[in-house]
Design a protein around this ligand. Structure first.
Ligand SMILES: *Cc1c(COP(=O)(O)O)cnc(C)c1O
Length: 342
């Protein structure tokens, strides 16, 4: 049996494969602030085309693409609607307040999934006492919702709700390819539904870093200025963009394998006495809760001692994420380690 560590903390832990490194080493590069990096230009064109939008912008992180989008869409004093589990609210350092001067109205969705009715109820009336609601942000898949998915119909309905009410709508699509692959839907239907889309190349797609912000030419033009303002203008970053092109060509359809392995672990867990509940596994994220009388510290130490790394999201609540470094042997070993705990 192999003893390689099984790192299920996140799908961000992957390292570039030899084939991806080859693509990176042979990249043609230039100064992207002058618009002269052919590999970045190619990645941006490719991303925009895949998502059915006019233009794209390559940024160092998904936090930056989300924050630029919010900053471009809203004015200080505006309000952004998102689910209470949203990354932009929980995990971006308070950036919506700090960067955009906007407040947030939280929706209590089901596993991170908001309905049009919930959004409608959260829109402030036109009243000088109230913040001006101007943006809806949708997260697909929802990370804290356990990798839950908005279907294409659900995304369409939210888009219509936003537009009927003259709101902008942003998609935090850090893992949107996980959703699309699982739904068996084409990506190019998304561009017209959203005013902006952020996708992470460094999650399940396996690059060392990088995210794309996608939208209209006008929006991306303003975002390019904002990226510079935020210190995100990069020079010969084509070496990294080459990894992104490689990932979009090779690592999208295989995401289904990650979903199957996450489900395999979840179904083995169902028969374990010390687990109180498991969130449904729709994609590559598995969130479960330990029984109240189980010491989480002891459980996580058992996993660590046996080479399985996980993270705690909340007390008794643990997350596992499958990704391209997790193979069948590791999946089987994870299940064996879980069964050995008592
Ligand atoms: C990871 C993630 C991001 C962006 O995170 P970075 O680490 O800054 O790239 C945004 N939204 C969601 C839902 C994420 O999971």
């Amino acid at each position: 049996m192999s003893n390689k560590t099984i790192d299920l903390r996140s799908d961000t832990v992957t390292k570039p494969t030899p084939a991806m490194l080859d693509a990176m080493f042979s990249a043609e590069v230039g100064d992207d602030v002058f618009g002269e990096d052919p590999t970045i230009n190619k990645l941006e064109e490719k991303g925009a085309e895949m998502l059915g939008a006019e233009a794209a912008l390559f940024c160092p992180s998904g936090t930056m693409t989300n924050q630029i989008a919010v900053r471009v869409h809203v004015r200080p004093g505006d309000e952004v609607i998102c689910d209470r589990t949203a990354h932009i609210y929980n995990y971006e350092g308070g950036g919506v307040a700090a960067n955009s001067g906007a407040s947030i109205k939280l929706v209590h969705g089901d596993r991170g999934i908001m309905t049009p009715e919930m959004v409608l109820k959260s829109i402030n009336k036109d009243d000088a006492h109230l913040a001006n609601t101007s943006l809806v942000s949708v997260e697909n898949t929802s990370n804290k919702g356990g990798g839950s998915i908005y279907s294409l119909a659900q995304m369409k309905a939210l888009s219509e709700t936003a537009r009927d009410n003259k709101l902008k709508i942003h998609l935090d699509g850090a893992r949107v390819f996980n959703a699309l692959v699982e739904l068996d839907e084409p990506a190019d239907s998304l561009g017209k539904l959203f005013d902006s889309i952020s996708i992470c190349l460094s999650k399940g797609l396996g690059t060392p870093l990088g995210s794309l912000l996608v939208g209209s030419k006008e929006f991306i033009g303003r975002s390019r200025r904002m990226r510079k303002l935020m210190g995100g203008g990069m020079r010969q970053a084509g070496y990294v963009a080459a990894a992104g092109i490689y990932a979009l060509d090779n690592n999208v359809t295989r995401l289904k394998e990650d979903h199957a392995r996450a489900r395999q672990i979840a179904s083995a867990m169902e028969s374990l006495g010390y687990i109180e509940s498991i969130l449904p596994v729709d994609t590559n994220i598995l969130i479960f809760k330990l029984d109240a009388d189980v010491s989480q510290e002891k459980f996580m130490k058992h996993l660590e001692d046996n080479g399985v790394r996980t993270v705690s999201l909340d007390p008794q609540m643990i997350r596992m994420v499958t990704h391209l470094e997790i193979d069948d042997e590791m999946t089987g070993r994870t299940i064996a380690v879980l069964k050995a705990f008592n």
